[in-house]
Design a protein around this ligand. Structure first.
Ligand code: NAD
Ligand code: TDX
Length: 334
């Protein structure tokens, strides 16, 4: 199997490449990544010499480059995206370009080279917020941020290529991931690393927004299931069944690190902040998938990973992050 993975130097993509190369030693992976602020070659340092792995620096919006690479693979899995909701509130253009137009370029390549499968890595955020109950794959799409609107647009493009051209497209919609190599702008690594440094943890609004947390390797096994057993034209939710309010999550992180709750700093709410996400995942479970790892155990392991890998995150926070974060913080306090 020859797979083009896009965005493989980011958080989930790098975990996925490592997972696949370990589980299927004969599979070949080409990783196309633009290396934006979120892409990091260090995330795959341990496998960069693997004979079945090749990295190409480039943009999924580059039609010529994508065409050349796509000609040599039979599967595409698209992880590449701008992914941070707060950044999309500050500047939406790059989200529309990469998440929508970039997806279009990849779909065109999959159509041209008659790929066996095209898998679009999407998100639960396309459904919007839900107060009670859980979203199924049939729920209406009601995105609330420029990020989730871009991801929704990409999902709709994928659907249209299945209906119009019969392209074997599959979409996964996962809930919030956590684990090693997550860029320290997302809430779990941000709060862990701030707490390690005794810096305040900026908790948005009343802290009662709920997210369903999925360990990244359980997402990888879900995508693996879709790669091998998924049906063309279908959508698969991938959730962790670990719903927790942000305030509870924050206190748990502080407890694991043995830090005081006085580090919690309530700040102004995120604009358009989704209250709760929740997914029904029976459809993927029918294909044999279920999340294997327990939340408390993997959250603790994740905290330990950030303690042990200070060199990895410290420089990320020092460079780009400070500039971005100051801007973001100003927004939160206005
Ligand atoms: P990330 O921000 O950590 O990584 C994104 C990667 O894509 C980076 O390596 C970046 O360099 C690359 N990239 C960005 N623009 C590109 C372009 N134009 N061309 C090529 N590469 C480009 O993201 P992540 O958290 O690993 O998310 C991966 C995918 O999973 C995204 O599509 C995201 O929407 C989706 N998702 C993420 C979560 C989550 O909790 N992190 C949950 C559900 C869905
Ligand atoms: O500083 C913060 N304070 C805070 O209270 C940050 C960064 C976040 N939060 C809250 C906002 C959310 O309710 O924590 C929750 C999680 O926030 P993020 O980590 O930014 O994730 P979220 O907005 O839920 O989106 C994530 O999950 C779905 C990913 O970033 C998306 O790429 C994915 O599609």
């Amino acid at each position: 199997m020859k797979i083009l993975v896009t965005g493989g130097c980011g958080f989930i993509g790098s975990n996925f490449i490592r997972y696949i190369l370990k589980k299927y030693p004969s599979y070949k992976i080409i990783n196309l990544d633009k290396l934006t602020y979120a892409g990091n070659l260090e995330n795959l340092k341990d496998i960069e010499k693997n004979r079945n792995y090749k990295f190409i620096k480039g943009d999924i919006c580059n039609k010529e480059l994508v065409g050349k690479i796509a000609n040599n693979v039979d599967y595409i899995i698209n992880f590449a995206a701008e992914t941070h909701v707060d950044r999309s509130i500050l500047e939406a253009g790059s989200f529309i370009k990469t998440d929508v137009y970039g997806t279009h370029i990849l779909l065109e390549a999959a159509k041209k080279y008659h790929h066996k499968k095209y898998i679009q890595i999407s998100t639960d955020e396309v459904y919007g917020s839900i107060d009670k109950g859980s979203f199924t794959e049939e729920s209406r799409l009601k995105p609330n941020s420029p990020y989730s609107a871009s991801k929704t647009s990409a999902d709709l493009l994928c659907r249209s290529y299945f209906v119009t051209y019969g392209l074997p497209v599959m979409i996964t919609r996962s809930s919030n991931n956590y684990g090693p190599y997550q860029y320290p702008e997302k809430v779990i690594p941000l709060f862990i690393t701030n707490a390690i440094e005794n810096k305040p943890l900026p908790l948005y609004g009343d802290g009662k927004n709920v997210r369903d947390w999925l360990y990244v390797l359980d997402n990888c096994s879900g995508i693996d299931t879709v790669l091998h057993k998924g049906i063309a034209g279908e959508i698969y939710n991938i959730g962790g069944s670990n719903e927790i309010a942000n305030i509870g999550l924050t206190k748990t992180i502080l407890k694991i690190l043995n830090k005081p709750t006085s580090l919690i700093k309530p700040v102004a709410d995120r604009l358009g902040h989704d209250r709760r996400y929740s997914l029904k995942c029976n459809k993927l479970m029918k294909l044999g998938w279920k999340p294997k790892r327990k939340f408390e155990e993997t959250l603790r392991e994740t905290v330990e990973w950030y303690i042990d890998n200070k060199n990895w995150w410290k420089k990320l926070k020092d460079i780009d992050f400070n500039k971005y974060y100051k801007k973001q913080y100003k927004l939160s306090n206005e």
